[in-house]
Write a protein that binds this ligand. Sequence first.
Ligand code: MLT
Ligand code: MN
Ligand code: ZN
Length: 298
Amino acid sequence: MLLRVLGTAAGGGLPQWNCACPGCAGARAHPGRRRRHASLALRADDRRWYLVNATPDLGDQVEDSPELRPGPGPRDTPLAGVVLTDAELDHTLGLARLREADALEVLATPPVREALLDRLRIGAVLTPYTRLVWRELTGAAQPLTAGGGVEADAVPVSAKRPRYAAGTGPDDATWVVALRLRCTATGRTLVYAPALGHWSEEFQHAVEGADCVLLDGTFWDDDEPVRAGISTRTATGMGHLPITGPHGTARRLAALPARCLYTHLNNTNPLTDPGAPEHGLLARWGLHVADDRMVIDL
Ligand code: MLT
Ligand code: MN
Ligand code: ZN
């Protein structure tokens, strides 16, 4: 199973257009620190690739990935569709960038699909341009392509709705899911969870069985958003378990046999500075931060 990390930043990216925090200022001064919005590309079979989430950076992310480039025919593309882990704008605005496709498969849970159709009106907006083919993402593993080499299933992780869909839909944890991807040839498994509001038993089971985990690294600690002046809510209150502290995810990841990488870093996270001592602390737990453009071959 082959994957490319297309981006590793939380909503806003690094730098964020209207932000002068130390992380964003550092990324302006040192272009190597820039991070695009969190996303993955996944090879589903010999010819076809899926994106995991569709970010506002999608055009540049595709262009920068040799395996995603079009050809040999003028409108041939290896991109077959998009798997969504939630309906947040940083994970869905890129759908509009794909409107030149003849057809586009979108795999999503029912509340995510309904939010996109009823609140964001993405179906009404995109139907004059392309054909959206919706597939339900469920807790049962399904092959992404017919006879394909990768199976996908969703592990529900939180009932946090995007702000534009506040108060709508079911009050269950299928609003935000972790995506489990399994290579049918090798049995190797990757769990992708860019937003994790709650570490459930089901999620623990999923990561225990994984060879690689890409996890929500939005905030270093629970008070970071308040301290940085970007929110009155804690990290946990925003639907992102922090890396460290009493509810921190690092100690849980450290106990797993899997290769574990943090992604979806907010621009306030000290880990956006490659020289920050927090990298040393992570490394002591055997944990690291994912990099934009890195290739994961499982
Ligand atoms: C989140 O991850 O909490 C959301 O994407 C926030 C946002 O960008 O609106
Ligand atoms: Mn986000
Ligand atoms: Zn910033």
